[in-house]
Design a protein around this ligand. Structure first.
Ligand SMILES: [Zn+2]
Length: 200
């Protein structure tokens, strides 16, 4: 696509079009918006991106986003450390937190088992999950993976691995439509799905 041969513009369009959901046309529009904006805006935008990478990392316990070794949820004495909610991604922690119905801890797998995409249990934070079940005073594992084929298979794998463990295994209830992603489900629906969870 013709971008007038201006290298700085092409570079920005190229970088923006790598973002999820951003095609070339949208990248062009965003780049032109930044071009026309006040210098203070582009500096703040660039600074925010650098700050995010410099000042955050993954929680060493649950793999949620953190500003120090442990995330704010793991550090909070208010959270119930007997319940562990297993999710696919950090965006699911955000979705569940916005429902205000869950007070336990999390474990972010970093994906789901998907043989077609070449993702097996060893590519996920699965070993760390089973270690936590052994070491921490966990009484319930709440599986809150997206109800896709891969999500279902991953929930089945976890429940089989923990078959001999005394821990109670539940999954979020209906209300979350099959095939939908938690991040797109409204907070009230997620809240209801957590409250009416079912034993596996
Ligand atoms: Zn954490």
């Amino acid at each position: 696509m013709n971008t007038l041969g201006i290298d700085a513009l092409d570079t920005l369009i190229n970088q923006l079009s790598k973002l999820p959901g951003i095609g070339h046309k949208t990248a062009q529009r965003l780049a032109l918006f930044i071009l026309k904006s006040e210098p203070a805006y582009s500096e703040a935008l660039a600074g925010a991106i650098i700050k995010l990478k410099q000042e955050t990392r993954l929680c060493t316990r649950c793999f949620n986003i953190a500003e120090s070794e442990l995330c704010s949820i793991c550090r909070s004495p208010q959270r119930d450390n007997h319940t562990l909610c297993v999710v696919e991604d950090i965006v699911d922690v955000m979705a569940i937190e916005s429902s205000n119905e869950y007070k336990g801890l999390y474990h972010v797998l970093g994906g789901v088992i998907s043989p077609l995409a070449g993702i097996m249990q060893n590519d996920l934070h699965m070993k760390e999950l089973f270690e936590r079940v052994e070491k921490e005073p966990i009484k319930e594992i709440l599986l809150a993976l997206n109800p896709s084929t891969e999500g279902e298979a991953t929930m089945l794998y976890i429940s089989r691995q923990l078959k001999e463990s005394p821990v109670r295994i539940t999954r979020i209830a209906s209300g979350v439509p099959i095939g939908s992603h938690l991040e797109y489900v409204d907070a009230a629906t997620i809240g209801r799905a957590i409250l009416s969870r079912q034993d596996l």
